[in-house]
Design a protein around this ligand. Structure first.
Ligand SMILES: [Zn+2]
Length: 95
């Protein structure tokens, strides 16, 4: 289990496995919400999970908790390490 450290700028935390930047719209015209994160496995790659009800395609549900977020369904890191697991209550758990 890896704790998801919530950070302001993911690019400053690429050495922190499981770090999460919650990207929320700054204006009403911007609808895209998403989670940028550093792969929990330690490979150092950055991933992105869109949470957006306004476009089609893959997206995830977020419970709205900023300190200990949960995402559903599971997250698969395509390419590279192929990490697969869940972010639940602010903790990454490998499947
Ligand atoms: Zn990885």
């Amino acid at each position: 289990m890896i704790r998801a450290v919530i950070v302001d700028e993911i690019d400053d935390h690429l050495a922190t496995p499981g770090a999460v930047e919650i990207r929320e719209p700054e204006t009403d015209s911007e609808k895209l919400v998403g989670f940028a994160f550093v792969c929990p496995c330690g490979c150092g790659r950055e991933g992105y999970v869109p949470i957006d009800t306004f476009t089609s395609g893959p997206r995830w549900d977020w419970d709205g908790n900023r300190e200990q977020p949960s995402l559903t369904p599971s997250v698969l890191f395509r390419g590279g390490c192929q990490w697969h697991g869940f972010l639940t209550n602010g903790e990454w758990r490998t499947c």
